[in-house]
Design a protein around this ligand. Structure first.
Ligand code: HPA
Ligand code: ZN
Length: 337
C-alpha cells in the first residue's frame, strides 16, 4: 500500500476537526485515573484491561461500552481534564480549529448538573489557544431519548448560549429519525445556533433520514452521511447548498467493518465538501491525521485530494470568512514549502 504523502506531511497539514465526541476521547489511562480518584468501580484495574474492554462491532455495541465509561466523569475538573487531554493530542495531529461534540444528557441523566458539564468543558476549550487551537463546543442531543428530554436539555442550556456554537444529534439512529427532533432544532435555529445531525452509516432508511436532515430540518452540516452517494439528487442538493459532510473512515471500519473509503472518495470527486474526522479516537485508537493517513493509504489518495480534504474542513467550519481565508492561506504556505 502506498500513498502520495507521509504521515508526517499529514500531521503538519493545518486542519479542522469537526466530528469529535469529547466523551469519545476518554483514553484508558485517564479513565482509570478518574475512576480511582472518584472511587468508582469500573470493573478493570489496569490499562490493558480497560483497552481490552473497548470491543464492539456495531454502533449499538459501541454505545454499550461508551456510555457506562462516562461514569468516571463526576466533577467540573474531570470534564476540563478530558478536554485538555484531547487538545494536547490534537496539537500533535495538526489540528488548528476544533468544533467538539458533548452529550449533556449522558451526564445529567446520572445526576451531574448541566452547569458542571458545560463549565468544565468550556474552561477546557478556552485554553485551546495554549495548544494553537481555536476550539468551540457543539451540544448533542441523544436521539434514543425523547424529544421532550431534548427540549428540556436545550431549555437548560440556553442560559449558557455563549458557551456553545451549535447543536447536533447522536446515539442510536435505529427508529429515531431526524423528524423526531424537528421542533427542538427549530428552537435552536431561532436562538442563533448552528445545526448538524448524525446520519450514521447503512442505517434503516439512511436515504430518507439524509433527506429529512437537509430538506426538512435544513441543517448546516451532516455528520457521516456517506450513504448520500446512493442518491444523485441529494448529492446535487448538498453541492448546490454547500452542505459539508464530516466523515469518519476509521470509526466506520469499527462499526460497519468498512471504512467506506470508496464512497468518501467518490463524493470528494463529485465536489462534495467532505472532511475526514476521528469521531471517538480513544475507542478507535486513531486521531485525525492517523485517520486521513489510513484513508489515503488504503484508497491511494493523491496529494491534491488530501489537501482538498484539509481545505474542506475549514470551508465548512463554523468560523468567520476572514478566519477561513487565514487557515486556507496557511495550508497553501505549508504545501508550497
Ligand atoms: N454515532 C452515533 N452516536 C455516537 C457516535 C456516532 O458516530 N459517536 C459517539 N456517539
Ligand atoms: Zn459521531
Amino acid at each position: 500500500m502506498t500513498t502520495a504523502v507521509s504521515l508526517d506531511f499529514i500531521k503538519g497539514l493545518p486542519k479542522a476537526e469537526l466530528h469529535l465526541h469529547l466523551e469519545g476521547t476518554l483514553e484508558p489511562d485517564l479513565k482509570l485515573k478518574l475512576a480511582q480518584k472518584n472511587g468508582i468501580d469500573i470493573g478493570q484495574t489496569t490499562i490493558e484491561e480497560v483497552t481490552e474492554s473497548y470491543k464492539f462491532d456495531s454502533l449499538p455495541s459501541f454505545l454499550n461500552v461508551y456510555y457506562p465509561a462516562m461514569n468516571v466523569l463526576q466533577t467540573e475538573e474531570d470534564f476540563y481534564e478530558l478536554t485538555i487531554a484531547y487538545l494536547k493530542k490534537a496539537q500533535q495531529q495538526g489540528v488548528k480549529h476544533a468544533e467538539l461534540f458533548f452529550d449533556p444528557q449522558a451526564h445529567t441523566s446520572r445526576g451531574i448538573p448541566f452547569e458542571t458539564i458545560i463549565n468544565g468543558y468550556y474552561r477546557g476549550v478556552q485554553e485551546g489557544e495554549n495548544y494553537g487551537i481555536s476550539a468551540a463546543l457543539i451540544l448533542c442531543f441523544l436521539r434514543d431519548m425523547s424529544a421532550e428530554s431534548a427540549e428540556q436539555t436545550l431549555a437548560e442550556a440556553l442560559p449558557y448560549k455563549d458557551k456553545f456554537i451549535g447543536v447536533g444529534l447522536d446515539s442510536d439512529e435505529k427508529g429515531n429519525p431526524p423528524s423526531k427532533f424537528a421542533a427542538v432544532f427549530q428552537t435552536a435555529q431561532q436562538n442563533g445556533l448552528k445545526r448538524t445531525m448524525h446520519c450514521d452509516i447503512d442505517q434503516e432508511n439512511s436515504i430518507e433520514h439524509i433527506r429529512q436532515v437537509i430538506e426538512d430540518i435544513q441543517v448546516d452540516r451532516i455528520d457521516h452521511g456517506t450513504n448520500i452517494v446512493e442518491n444523485q439528487e441529494l448529492v446535487d442538493y448538498v453541492n448546490e447548498h454547500s452542505i459539508g459532510l464530516t466523515t469518519c473512515p476509521v470509526s466506520n471500519g469499527f462499526v460497519v467493518d468498512d471504512m467506506k473509503g470508496k464512497e468518501i472518495v467518490e463524493l470528494l470527486n463529485q465536489g462534495v465538501k467532505v472532511t475526514v474526522n476521528s469521531d471517538d479516537p480513544a475507542y478507535f485508537q486513531s486521531y485525525i491525521a492517523d485517520d486521513m493517513y489510513a484513508l489515503a493509504t488504503k484508497y491511494h489518495l493523491s496529494k491534491e485530494q488530501i489537501i482538498q480534504l484539509a481545505k474542506n474542513s475549514f470551508e465548512i467550519a463554523w468560523i468567520s470568512e476572514e478566519d477561513k481565508q487565514t487557515y486556507l492561506a496557511a495550508i497553501d504556505r505549508y504545501t508550497n514549502e
